[in-house]
Design a protein around this ligand. Structure first.
Ligand code: MN
Length: 495
């Protein structure tokens, strides 16, 4: 998108006369301008003329629907704005919506307040009329409450705008699968037709031979140039360095990166999957290439996991304007010391270096499966702090998001573990958090992020109209199991 923006839409009516409407427009334009320049909001905020009749709502919504740069609407009723005039337009809206419940003034002017002031500043009841018609129409939206100048309000608007941006990025996005998913695996399967209808992105398979052509087509000069870029960015094991006994393996890994990138650019793909069971014509399972392409913003899923690849791409978009810190991840193994239980997350190779706490080191080790040459990979440990793990699963008749708040902790030295890793503690605690994930049918593959919050996953699922289960510090396992039962019924009625 050239200029992704939200449209700032103010509601009013003709009842108050032109003077009041002029003031409404001035106030709204000022708010939109301030939000546009807020460092917490990474997209443009565009003021739109004040809405006073049904025709204007309809015209605005149709324009928003068809403007590729418009990622959503922010709605606010400065005065009262009768709800019925919004029905025709809002019922056509196909972009995300956020209802900002605010007021132009922060403090009431106690010594001068009169009925003119009261008539001008009516969001307290005008926005309730709006909320009623939104609910009546079944309009899925985010509601943000508070004065527009407050940092907490701008941060919420910013978080939501990132969600809307990720949603916009998914619409029409294309994901490439090299080969199928890992044989017999359940959770990485899914209905790609249903996903496209629900989420807006398409997933299609390609023979690995199509990719091999791009890999083999990379020029020696471009490989040499990329290897020197690696030397600037990473520590390199001596055997892989120039003149080292296995330098050719590093050159081949660079060739894979160039080839996959060229394939993705050629087909305008936003992400991809690989599988170690289908590597015909490739010397190594791509490890380094997947790590580097994730860091460049591409979605990726191992073993044909296209749902996670798409989710990773969405989360990469969500990080717009932030220090990146999001990766493909797998719950690998546990440390079950009583009362201190923690999860060691890793993958065979493909963890994104955007989550690294130290300078990654290029190494080469045997893989043990796949029957190919030893793959090159970046090894590092991950940062500490608050993070989330998110999965999207296909339940057969619908999709479900599950997100778990976790706290990443220091990874101890593991000299014999040849892959990048992260270590975290699960909220609310290991027993209940992991049990909830398993009851919910959550995958072993996730998107792990230091930036995307569980609230944003909720908001993203709201836009998609898909169930979202949150496992956080407030989760109680028995309530969670009830939520599963109730949701089962709710989504039956919801279609
Ligand atoms: Mn895996």
């Amino acid at each position: 998108m050239a200029n992704p923006s939200v449209w700032f839409v103010t509601g009013s009516q003709h009842l108050y006369g032109p003077e009041v409407l002029k003031q409404v427009a001035e106030n709204s334009a000022k708010i939109a301008q301030e939000l546009d320049s807020s460092s917490d909001i990474p997209v443009g905020v565009i003021f739109k003329p004040v809405i006073t009749d049904p025709e204007a709502v309809r015209a605005l919504v149709l324009a928003a629907n068809s403007d590729p740069d418009c990622i959503g609407l922010v709605l606010w009723m400065h005065t009262f704005s009768p709800g019925k005039m919004w029905i025709g337009g809002l019922s056509q809206l196909n972009k995300p919506a956020c209802h900002l419940h605010t007021q132009f003034n922060a403090e009431l002017p106690w010594s001068t307040i009169d009925m003119d002031f009261m008539n001008l500043n009516q969001a307290a009841h005008g926005d309730r009329e709006a909320g009623h018609i939104h609910t009546r129409l079944g309009l899925r939206r985010k509601v943000v409450v508070g004065h527009w100048s407050h940092t907490s309000v701008q941060k919420q608007l910013g978080d939501w705008s990132r969600v809307a941006l990720a949603w916009a990025d998914w619409q029409g996005a294309k994901f490439a699968r090299f080969g199928d998913n890992m044989r017999f695996v359940s959770v990485t399967e899914g209905d790609k037709v249903a996903a496209e209808a629900k989420f807006g992105f398409s997933v299609n398979g390609f023979g690995v031979g199509d990719l091999v052509k791009f890999v083999d087509g990379a020029s020696d000069d471009s490989v040499t140039q990329l290897v020197s870029e690696y030397a600037d960015l990473y520590d390199i094991a001596p055997e892989l360095a120039t003149g080292g006994a296995r330098h050719d393996a590093l050159r081949y890994a660079a060739r894979q990166e160039i080839g996959i990138r060229a394939f993705l650019e050629d087909g305008n793909f936003k992400g991809f999957t690989t599988t170690f069971e289908d590597l015909h014509g490739l010397d190594q399972l791509p490890g380094l290439a997947c790590q580097r392409l994730m860091a460049a913003g591409y979605g990726f899923g191992g073993e044909g996991d296209w749902k996670t690849a798409a989710l990773l791409r969405a989360f990469k978009t969500l990080e717009t304007g932030l220090l990146p810190g999001t990766s493909f991840m797998e719950d690998y193994t546990y440390d079950l010391v009583q009362g201190e239980e923690q999860v060691l997350g890793a993958h065979m190779l493909e963890i994104c270096p955007s989550i690294a706490s130290n300078k990654p080191r290029l190494e080469i080790h045997p893989l043990g499966i796949g029957g190919k040459s030893d793959p090159v990979r970046l090894k590092f440990s991950s940062r500490v702090g608050a993070a989330t793990n998110t999965t999207v699963v296909d339940l057969g008749h619908r999709f479900r998001f599950i997100v778990n708040d976790v706290t990443a902790v220091e990874v101890p030295e593991m000299p014999n573990l040849p892959v990048a890793s992260a270590l975290w503690k699960v909220h609310p605690n290991f027993q209940e958090g992991v049990a909830a994930w398993i009851y919910g049918g959550g995958a072993h593959h996730t998107v792990y992020s230091y930036n995307v919050t569980s609230q944003q996953v909720r908001d993203f699922a709201e836009i998609a109209n898909v169930e979202c289960l949150v496992i956080d510090s407030e989760t109680k396992l028995n309530n969670f199991k009830n939520e599963l039962r109730w949701n089962e019924a709710a989504y039956k009625f919801n279609g």
